[in-house]
Design a protein around this ligand. Structure first.
Ligand SMILES: *Cc1c(COP(=O)(O)O)cnc(C)c1O
Length: 433
């Protein structure tokens, strides 16, 4: 085939198989196909059937970019895979609130303007025992807002052992700097005492900040002051103690501190994520003393960092489920966390039988910077290493782990309902491999 044998865009569009396609999209697709064909001919290759290529191009353009995937990694709160899957109750609230108008900022009783911050505050107060609560877009925003509102132009004291990077380059010291507060580091990487904070307090000090160590632990010769000891120092100097908890499990999970415990120990403000062990949508929650929460609410950044109605709806649904101890397993993250090993094994055996794989013992992880050392006994179905890529690229993408020359499909992060789908994906991957 020669370059001059290629049809024009108009000629290509006259094919009856393209007649029903939207004109502008089809022109764009046809141009792309002809460009490619030109390059192929110049490289001495033979382009395939052009109309088929245009149809494929159109199908590709219609394919959404943000897609559901099957998480077979065994990492429960996987930041790259969207963190927490939502509970049914949360999804139902999103559909109800998002599908129409809502009283987002309307006070139904008084018939006048209301505040979006009023909807979740009562639930959050009940769940944490706090005087007041505020919800923003994520926990990084919550920390930023707290420091901007309480410490702009002044000093924040923080331990050198807590100046963490959480992932994707998100570093606590950088957030602190953006808030307009300046950082006063105390202690050493492995040991910081309450007296280190006390000695650093001066006329410019505005906040004592404690940051959950999140995704790492210092083991061995290490020391961190008890929160109660830090709270005593804060009280003596009439300074607020802000505790960035990160994960914010509302119910005790391992040694993760809950917001309620942190407040009882004397923290004045506590911040945490909505989509880690809370198991809800991406959000940042701040709970604590009413006068401090009010200062955050009044700060201009609050307007820029506030959560949208879909987030609030999903968070309200999640929190309602959390109120009922018997219903908590309806929150997928908590269900996966607490599921007995035998149930996970049964799923792995079922999958192995469907695809001719082998059951292997694995270790699942909480992820999301919570309980970094916790090893959740788990089970995977092991299949050929060569399947990892086609599984990822398939119609129902499956994300797996490759270890020791095999692809492991960890069944702690898969539901019963997803196993048949994974089996179908494995069969399709073998065809494509
Ligand atoms: C995860 C985490 C954050 C950031 O929370 P996002 O909701 O992801 O913004 C901040 N601080 C700590 C300690 C964390 O673990």
């Amino acid at each position: 085939m020669k370059l001059r044998d290629l049809p024009s865009v108009d000629e290509l569009l006259r094919d009856e198989r393209l007649a029903a396609e939207p004109h502008e999209l089809t022109v764009t697709a046809a141009r792309a196909v002809l460009d490619r064909a030109r390059k192929e001919i110049q490289a001495g290759a033979m382009p395939g059937p052009l109309v088929d290529a245009v149809l494929a191009e159109l199908a590709g353009a219609r394919e959404p970019s943000l897609r559901r995937v099957l998480n077979a990694t065994g990492v429960l709160v996987h930041t790259n895979l969207g963190r927490a899957p939502l509970a049914e109750a949360a999804l139902a609230r999103v559909v109800e609130v998002g599908g129409g108008y809502s009283n987002l900022e309307y006070d139904l009783a008084r018939g006048e303007r209301g505040s979006r911050q009023d909807h979740l505050a009562p639930l959050l107060r009940r769940l944490t025992g706090a005087e007041a609560a505020l919800v923003v877009n994520n926990n990084a925003a919550a920390v930023l807002l707290a420091l901007a509102a309480l410490a702009e132009g002044r000093e924040v004291i923080v331990s050198r052992g807590e100046l963490i990077e959480i992932g994707d380059g998100f570093r606590i010291p950088d957030v602190l700097a953006r808030s307009g507060a300046s950082l006063v580091e105390v202690g050493t990487t492995n040991r910081t005492r309450a007296t280190d904070y006390e000695r650093a307090i001066g006329p410019e000090t505005a906040v004592l900040l404690r940051v959950h160590q999140s995704n790492f632990r210092v083991v061995g010769f290490s020391e961190r002051p008890q929160l109660t000891a830090l709270a005593e120092v804060a009280r003596r100097h009439e300074l607020p103690l802000v505790d960035d908890l990160g994960s914010g499990a509302l119910v005790a999970v391992g040694d993760e501190p809950t917001p309620a415990e942190s407040l009882r120990a004397g923290a004045d403000l506590v911040s945490f994520s909505g989509d880690k062990l809370l198991g809800g949508p991406q959000a940042g929650v701040v709970v604590g003393r009413a006068n401090l929460v009010e200062r955050l609410r009044q700060h201009p950044l609050q307007r820029a960092l506030r959560a949208d109605k879909l987030t609030l709806a999903a968070l309200e649904g999640t929190l309602s489920v959390s109120l009922d101890p018997d219903a908590r397993d309806q929150i997928p993250v908590l269900r996966m966390l607490h599921e007995p090993l035998e149930a996970v094994q049964a799923r792995a055996e079922y999958l192995a039988a469907l695809v001719g794989g082998e059951v292997e013992e694995t270790v699942a992880r909480v992820g999301g910077g919570a309980l970094p050392l916790a090893e959740l006994p788990s089970a995977a179905c092991a299949v050929e290493e060569s399947l990892a890529e086609p599984l990822r690229l398939g119609d129902s993408p499956v994300i797996s782990l490759v270890r020791d020359g095999r692809t492991l499909l960890d069944c702690r992060t898969l539901t019963d309902a997803e196993i048949d789908e994974v089996a179908g994906a494995v069969r399709a991957a073998r065809r494509d491999a």
